[in-house]
Design a protein around this ligand. Sequence first.
Ligand code: BDP
Length: 659
Amino acid sequence: EDGSRLWLRYTKVADREAALRKIHCSLRDPVANTAVQELQHYWRKGDVALVLDKKWPKYQPDGYRIRSVAGKTIIRAGSSTGLLYGAYHLLRLQQIGNEVTQLDIVETPSYHLRMLNHWDNLDGTVERGYAGYSLWKWDELPAIKSPRYVEYARANASIGINAVVLNNVNASPLILRQDYIEKVKVLADSFRPYGIRVFLSINFSAPAILGNLPDSDPLNPAVARWWKDKADAIYKVIPDFGGFLVKANSEGQPGPQDYGRTHADGANMLAAALKPHKGLVLWRAFVYNPSAEDRAKQAYQEFVPLDGKFEDNVILQIKNGPIDFQPREPFNPLFGAMPNTSQMVEFQITQEYLGFSNHLVYLAPLFKETLDAETYTRKEASTVAGLTQKGPNPRLSAIAGVANIGEDRNWCGHHFAQANWYAFGRLAWNSGLSSDSVAREWLASTFSPDMTLIAPLSKVMLESREAAVNYMMPLGLHHIFAFEHHYGPEPWGDIPGGRPDWMPWYYHNADSLGIGFDRTASGSNAVAQYHSPLKEQFAALSSCPEKYLLWFHHVPWNYSMKNGRSLWDNLCYAYQEGVDQVRYVQRVWDGLEHKVDAERFKDVQAKLKIQAKDAVWWRDACLLYFQTYSKRPIPPTLEQPVHRLDELKKIKLNLKHHN
Ligand code: BDP
């Protein structure tokens, strides 16, 4: 048992049994054939009819209805992808032991595009990837087709993911060279029968680098021509190609601003090249520069003035929070601030800032916290989910997650990290699902439908993100990670001459008076980017939710919090609680030894040991360091640090990250 089967543990129907039931489908195409094949192999509860329904609401092609009629199951959908999703739904119900003879289910996806973004480099490394090298074997393609390409597509399709960006947003221009496009074609061909379309990240300087043009200025007609020809060449071999994802003028990447043009100029030039083919531009809003301006404010300042200036096949891809995938951030104030621009959320499934694939952190609660956040920016549907699902272009809605997948046998490095891939897909399909129900479904499919396993494990999964926030960055602290690799704590981190906005002190601002980032009017005034009543709520110390306290305020050490304890004491209690929570997970897991196969049991147990040790490391590093400013004791009722600050400062992990 190596975890390679993910949540897809259907058992094959014996030939004799299979001959007794009929799987019938009213259309034949590669996707419908996949649906039929999956049911042929794994469905054991009577006949199934898959029916293409021409009257199905036009703009919801992936939706379906499943009904039990006279001992038979009917899946009705407006497209073959809908039939495929219906088939996986049935198999899921069967696998987790649900009743499947009295069904009447209607499903419509929350988003049209449910995408994974891979940060895979052409040399086989994965930026911020913790599950081994890339799945894509660029040096073997197009000749050799790894069987994992299809396994990967199948896993995605089973949870509704229908689009993937293959390569890193820090994109090599080479991906657009004809020989690479031939390789991409093989991947696209492998994914197509599973309803998945391929997108590519592009490098904005490609016309100059690959095409030998003097520049890559989006207003240079030769540049626009180059992109048009490139798009035509791609569609020639990949007719259902999805489009381009673009990281421009961000962290050293080239972009339209290199030529004095705007992000809209750049995006629209690409949009024009893709439009004849119905392709999309996903333009990232993750931009910030080392300047006097608070990093958290910069994307908003850059993009809000461009509202309404983007072509209708451009979607602005916005990270969930205003900084960068921290354990907790308030939602990005760009959501709802550009009513005339299509917007989508980008989450990070890979745990760059959450203990890599060493820590068990179930991310559905993090995803839901953003999706369910009320922005107050319009009368209806103004949560982040509502805004991104019902934007200015009702036929275009999208959501992306940065994948945590690599070539490890279990795909994700940690058996429980598979739950984050799963949860992303399920919530992209239906953002109204609860974190709890998704966890239970995943546990039942991945381990066992035994309630004595699901009940305790779903509980620890649900609490695990809060635990990580507690032992890493409670009360709104953020970005106090070790430089570069972002694994361990380094609140003291400082590189003389380095970019301030990459230094922990920039974010925590600890001094003898207190700690936290003043983003109220007396500080950077980032609160003003939120809509009323949020801006007032965040701005006042008394009404700011305590989970965001140090995100928005510089707070005195002796500030009395809602529970009557000082800020300092609350920090100490929170860090200890995080440590205790991880130890609790260890006890729960140890108690399940006989309900889980030995191999996965040992793997997870070993990872939990690392996590428990890391939690103590985080607690000690942060409390001992902040104590040099607060000059206050760690409450005697709490466990005292086991490390010394000078020792902790010497830890240098050799975790290089590949850019
Ligand atoms: C940060 C990562 C960096 C990515 C960047 C991005 O540290 O590796 O390139 O985000 O999203 O989180 O572009």
